[in-house]
Design a protein around this ligand. Structure first.
Ligand code: GAL
Length: 647
């Protein structure tokens, strides 16, 4: 797929066959070119063991294909049917209290369960054997939303036994494990791998090294589980794009590792649900209630583009959802704006969830493009408008950005294992720095700490307690301006304090040593010029760096060469000041967008989106000689403006 396309998630098994052809016809009429099907259809594909029913699926695929639609077919492994679960009830995952998470919704399996993996291999082989070379099926989605409903970890015997085996591979001996984890502390030393339990139900907090190892193990189980399917699909469905639909703010497994087996990293974008779930404070949530957080979607677009280079939105919110604490309706036009924003960030396609609202089951309150009575709902008109607009836009390609922001999953796990401050939430700090870059009008690549850094002018590192080998060398060799937030280099790969103290392997690069740290409750601060460090502060020994600013007499911001270190958690004002200053040092132009406007460039096309509830003038984001292609200088609420830039 070279030019961006639009599609929709469809569940033929939910509707009478007589509706399929008309649905397909109307999809095409709307301007959709593909449809995703099958992710929860196991009980219809195999109603009882070995009793395969492909006839309905043949017909559904045929009907959709005959209408001219391309198809993304999913493996149905997120919803194992009841008869299968009953053959091996220990495949159910267990919650943190050790209780089974029962049949009756979805994602009811333990990733480590060998028997379930075999069952998945069987059904995927069957499906891929039958449809692998179908000309209309251009892509295969594995499972659905790994990690959704907090399903990566499981605290039952299956995961415990698999964890022990995993440990026996990671450590040469149990003595080495004891040493690595510091198990002499509180007499936790083991005499055999078989004694190691899972890090739940302990009297007080478990050993953070134990927790980190368990998180690594759980992530590896997701990678292995996915690979069982991709290996089969590569064999039986050659040349088809393999994809998985990731989610927002999901840190429980290493998406870079899973993506190594995929062609396209996709994600499910529900801006209003995410705002309700993760939004900052009440005032923020009220202001953006019908638009979503202005940076949350963009961050994930950039994050998932950084996985394989090819990415998409597999599920786009079409109206109110059903799963957040409150489920407001998007501003009219916002579905269109979200779609354009994704495409501006380089999405190969955007697919709406779902074609028609379901009159039964758990998601009855979830809007679709059509209502349950099949009358068109708002999103269908907005999708049709995007389709027309896309047809008129010139071709454009996403270029590498000047600015990179580093994301590292093990570093999130390390921070969660021992946050040392109730509100030290590394994801929020990551988002804060990302938002400041966006508000300074920057295009950003969100990349792994293992990625090539060459060519970037500024690299921002919000959270990297565990520094991968070679990172410091790559950072220096890039010649980029570097901005480090606190706690970088503060732990080893086994979650110990480095022998040389923090910032450990970054000591030479930053020229400082962290002597002592403090976390601070809300309303306790360290003052800086024009703002504060909140939540966290570090007392530095400045060995070989310039002190740029002090707080209460303590070095607070230091610089050595091109590397700047923030010894505390910056409030918004300091984050903004420091990001703007780093951009200027890097030779980049700060283009303040204003609070509600955001921009993204794709080739010569600049897309400007208004997340605020009132009209905004975007003249300051336009250049002389830019040609307006969509919208205009005044951007209404939920509006977008697309211009072709002169240079
Ligand atoms: C996603 C999921 C879909 C549907 C949707 C509702 O998390 O993949 O199946 O449940 O949310 O918003």
């Amino acid at each position: 797929m070279t030019t961006p396309r639009l599609g929709v998630c469809y569940f033929p098994e939910h509707w009478p066959r007589e509706m399929w052809a008309d649905d397909a016809r109307r999809m095409v009429e709307t301007g959709l070119s593909f449809v995703r099907i099958g992710e929860f259809a196991w009980s219809r594909i195999e109603p009882s063991a070995g009793n395969y029913q492909f006839e309905w699926l043949d017909e559904a695929i045929g009907t959709l294909a005959d209408a001219g639609l391309k198809i993304i077919l999913c493996t149905p492994t997120a919803t194992p049917p009841k008869w299968l679960v009953d053959t091996m009830p220990d495949m159910l995952a267990a919650d943190a209290r050790g209780r089974p998470r029962m049949f009756g919704s979805r994602r009811h399996y333990d990733f480590a369960h060998e028997g379930y993996r075999k069952e998945c291999a069987r059904i995927v082989t069957k499906l891929a054997g039958r449809y692998g070379d179908h000309p209309a099926i251009v892509s295969w989605q594995t499972d659905n939303e790994y990690g959704c409903h907090d399903t990566v970890t499981s605290y039952g015997a299956v995961s415990r036994d698999a964890f022990r085996q995993w440990l026996a591979k990671r450590y040469a001996s149990v003595a080495e494990l004891n040493e690595a984890w510091g198990n002499v502390f509180w007499s936790k030393e083991y005499t055999s791998f078989d004694e190691v339990e899972l890090p739940n139900l302990t009297v007080t907090e478990p050993n953070p090294a134990h927790m980190l190892a368990y998180r690594r193990f759980a992530s590896d189980m997701v990678v292995e589980f996915n690979r069982v399917q991709t290996e089969i699909l590569r064999q039986h469905a050659p040349g088809r794009d393999l994809v998985h639909n990731y989610m927002g703010r999901t840190l429980t497994f290493d998406h870079h590792d899973v993506s190594a087996d995929l062609d396209v990293a996709s994600w499910d974008s529900y801006p209003l649900g995410f705002l309700e779930q993760f939004g900052r404070d009440a005032a923020w949530k009220r202001w953006y209630v019908r638009a979503g957080d202005p940076d949350f979607q963009a961050f994930h677009h950039d994050l998932y583009r950084g996985m394989t280079g090819r990415w998409s939105v597999m599920e786009q919110q079409p109206g109110p959802v059903n799963w957040a604490p409150w489920n407001p309706a998007p501003e009219d036009g916002m579905v269109r704006a979200w779609t354009h924003e994704a495409i501006a960030h380089g999405a190969e396609y955007v697919s709406y969830f779902r074609w028609r609202q379901a009159p039964f089951g758990q998601e009855q309150f979830h809007a679709g493009m059509n209502r349950p009575d099949n009358s068109p709902d708002l999103a269908i008109g907005e999708a049709a408008q995007v389709a027309r607009e896309l047809a008129d836009l010139p071709e454009a390609k996403t270029a590498r950005a000047d600015v990179a922001l580093i994301v590292d999953y093990p570093s999130f796990w390390s921070m969660e294992a021992q946050s040392q401050g109730e509100d030290y939430d590394a994801f929020s700090l990551t988002m804060r720095l990302y938002s400041m870059l966006r508000m300074a009008g920057q295009n950003v690549d969100v990349i792994s700490a293992h990625a090539d850094l060459s060519g970037y002018k500024l690299v921002v590192v919000p959270n990297l307690p565990i520094v991968p080998g070679g990172f410091a060398e790559r950072a220096i060799a890039s010649g980029a301006e570097l901005l480090f937030a606190p706690r970088c280099g503060s732990r080893t790969a086994e979650h110990r304090i480095p022998d040389n103290l923090g910032p450990g392997p970054l000591a030479d690069l930053l020229g400082v040593k962290v002597l002592r740290v403090e976390s601070m409750q809300p309303a306790i601060w360290r003052n800086l010029d024009g703002g504060v460090f909140e939540r966290w502060f570090e007392f530095l020994d400045v060995i070989d760096a310039k002190v740029i600013e002090k707080s209460d007499g303590h070095p607070a911001i230091t610089r050595k060469g091109r590397a700047t270190y923030l010894a505390g958690w910056p409030d918004e004002a300091i984050a903004r000041r420091e990001v703007d200053a780093a951009l200027e040092r890097a030779g980049l132009t700060v283009l303040e967008t204003g609070d509600d406007l955001r921009l993204r460039d794709r080739g010569n096309l600049r897309t400007i989106i208004n997340y605020g509830p009132g009209e905004r003038d975007c003249g300051h984001l336009l250049g002389k000689g830019d040609t307006v292609l969509v919208g205009g200088r005044n951007v209404p609420a939920a509006g977008i403006t697309i211009v072709e830039r002169k240079s």
